[in-house]
Design a binder for this molecule. Structure first.
Ligand code: FAD
Ligand code: NAP
Length: 520
């Protein structure tokens, strides 16, 4: 029997309780894990009750299906019968019922925009929403050949009303090169503000401008070589993407617009874009942590800012599964960096392999040369939070160490005002401490840095700090170097650890601006 009630899953401290948007997950019954759901979808059982038929659903029809045992939800125009999925939903049945019989797109985007529902719920697809009569599109405008001047009608109207940002693009050519110029009209633009992918016939440049994404997306009129260069003129917010022509002929036009070309969309409303990256190496770090090195495709320009994460996607028994991971530097110490692989083409991840974990056990099975899809970066940490910083305090538990790696490297190298950087690192046992010897060497080498390990399940030989995050440990640890020094505290780990920690920090009178919690 599938539905045997048993011990609650996940365990109260399990990392499974990490939920997007700071929301808690509910215990799932045994036999109701994601892997169990995938098995059910492959069983051939009719999950929609429509025997494989797809129907057009009117709003009136959708509204009728609003009960737990008959629950339809619309996401981006597609209607799913989610009743069979109720017991498998990590956020619980009540959470799903909030969207019962209605359009759940906004709710879904708020909570877990990154979850690949098309793949997860494909056996629950009832059909499409019936289309209401709409103003016909100007077909000729969409198909218009680009000559370098953006068709104005395609720039999202709402934006013109909302703010000053109105990016545009242009292009010019020489015998051998084509240069696409994006005018962001913003000054804080850098090389990591633009992500470029050229794959098959599609050329895609996504420029992140504040909380918006400006897309240049087209089928180029002629072939180009694999590699291209990206330059940024920060003073005027101009981005130049220099493409190499395959043949030295003159191009009459740049190409044809593809989906969302020349549009500026709030970042939260854009889908995740993935490219396939090759596994270059996989090294043991602790008994269950590995350092993965992935190589970006040659025709991708992507740099992950510090404090940001990406999503990795794997096809697990026919279902696309997506999970977030935080890229790290190759090491904490410069002398360990040899042989260093160009940081622009390689992305490193420290990943803990959970033996019964759905995604990590599959990742662990990958061999050098295999491919993993990697999304564009996300996250709300801003480098500006480190400017003029004097004291940096990092509170990490388990793999919550990962965002701290780049923050620490950046602060020690690029923030001249920094007087003190301290890490308090919570783990179960000594064997679980990631990069312990690197951390100790760094503390020896750089007098501004100090590390303290706290263990929750140490052996009797452990002489260091023991227990869990507590007000006592924090008040002793968080001593400013000067009375009013500018301080930032970053905290990351299991959701409950982070939430408790933030509460304690507020009780210790640290302000909101002085705390950055990593809760995705
Ligand atoms: P899951 O399948 O989610 O399982 C997790 C645990 O539950 C395991 O212990 C597993 O044994 C247990 N379990 C699973 N199914 C059952 C069941 N039916 N009954 C009982 N127990 C069960 N992790 C990193 O390692 N490195 C990172 O850089 C990193 N960055 C992250 C960034 C963000 C923004 C977030 C939110 C998370 C990050 N994580 C990171 C965590 C990561 O996203 C995954 O949650 C983690 O890798 C576990 O995934 P999994 O599918 O392997 O495990
Ligand atoms: P772990 O090994 O299970 O735990 C690490 C330490 O934290 C242990 O000492 C553990 O104590 C303690 N701990 C666990 N839950 C706690 C709680 N509720 N209160 C106080 N202490 C607690 O951790 P892990 O398996 O590496 O998991 C790390 C978590 O970080 C995952 O949930 C992952 O999703 C999250 N993460 C988030 C981000 C992000 O950016 N948001 C990035 C990376 C990782 P016990 O021995 O008592 O369990």
């Amino acid at each position: 029997m599938l539905n045997v009630p048993s011990q609650s899953f996940p365990a109260p401290s399990s990392q499974q309780r990490v939920a997007s948007g700071g929301r808690s997950k509910v215990p799932l019954k045994q036999g109701r894990s994601l892997m169990d759901w995938i098995r059910l979808t492959k069983s051939g059982k009719d999950l929609t009750g429509l025997k494989g038929r797809l129907i057009e659903v009117t709003e009136e029809e959708l509204k009728k299906h609003n009960k737990k045992d008959d629950c339809w939800i619309c996401i981006r125009g597609f209607v799913y019968n989610v009743s069979p999925y109720m017991e498998y939903h990590p956020g619980g049945e009540d959470e799903l019922m909030r969207a019962a019989g209605s359009d759940g797109t906004d709710l879904f985007d708020q909570v877990h925009r990154w979850v690949n529902y098309e793949s997860m719920l494909k056996e629950c697809l009832v059909g499409r929403m019936a289309v209401k009569p709409a103003v016909p599109k100007d077909y000729h405008e969409e198909k218009k050949v680009l000559n370098g001047m953006p068709p104005k009608s395609q720039v999202t109207d709402t934006l013109a009303k909302e703010g000053p940002i109105s990016p545009s693009y242009d292009w010019f050519q020489t015998d051998s090169l084509v240069t696409i110029v994006i005018y962001t009209k913003q000054k804080d633009i850098s090389l990591d503000s633009v992500i470029v992918d050229h794959e098959d016939n599609s050329f895609r440049a996504e420029t992140i401008i504040k909380d918006y994404s400006y897309l240049t997306h087209m089928e180029l009129s002629h072939e180009i070589q694999e590699d291209f260069s990206v330059r940024v003129v920060e003073s005027v917010g101009k981005i130049e993407i220099v493409l190499k022509k395959k043949e030295n002929t003159s191009w009459e036009c740049l190409g044809h617009p593809l989906e969302n070309h020349n549009s500026l969309i709030p970042k939260k409303d854009t889908g995740l874009y993935f490219r396939k990256c090759q596994l270059i190496s996989k090294e043991d770090v602790t008994h269950d942590m590995k350092l993965f090195c992935l190589m970006l495709p040659p025709s991708t320009h992507l740099q992950v800012q510090i404090g940001q994460h990406v999503y990795l996607k794997l096809n697990i028994t026919g279902t696309e599964i997506v999970k977030p991971y935080t890229p790290v530097s190759h090491s904490l110490l410069s002398e360990f960096k040899e042989p260093v692989l160009s940081s622009n083409k390689y992305i490193y991840f420290l990943i803990k392999i959970y033996p019964a974990g759905l995604f990590t056990s599959e990742l662990d099975r990958l061999q050098t040369g295999d491919f993993v899809s990697v999304s564009s970066p996300e996250g709300n940490f801003k480098i500006s939070q480190l400017q003029e910083l004097e004291d940096l305090f990092l509170l990490a538990a388990g793999t919550g160490f990962t965002p701290m790696v780049k923050i620490l490297n950046y602060a020690l190298t690029n923030i001249p005002s920094l007087r003190k950087a301290k890490l308090m690192f919570f783990n179960k046992t000594e064997d679980d401490i990631i990069w312990r010897s690197q951390l100790e060497k760094l503390a020896f080498k750089d007098k501004r840095f100090d590390v303290e390990f706290v263990l929750s399940a140490p052996t009797s030989e452990w002489n260091g700090k023991k227990g869990h995050i507590s007000p006592g440990l924090l008040s002793e640890f968080l001593k400013r170097s000067l009375g009013k020094s500018k301080v930032l505290i970053c905290i990351c780990g299991p959701l409950a650890f982070t939430e408790q920690g933030v509460r304690m920090l507020h009780d210790l009178n640290f302000s909101k601006e002085e705390i950055h919690s990593f809760i995705a």
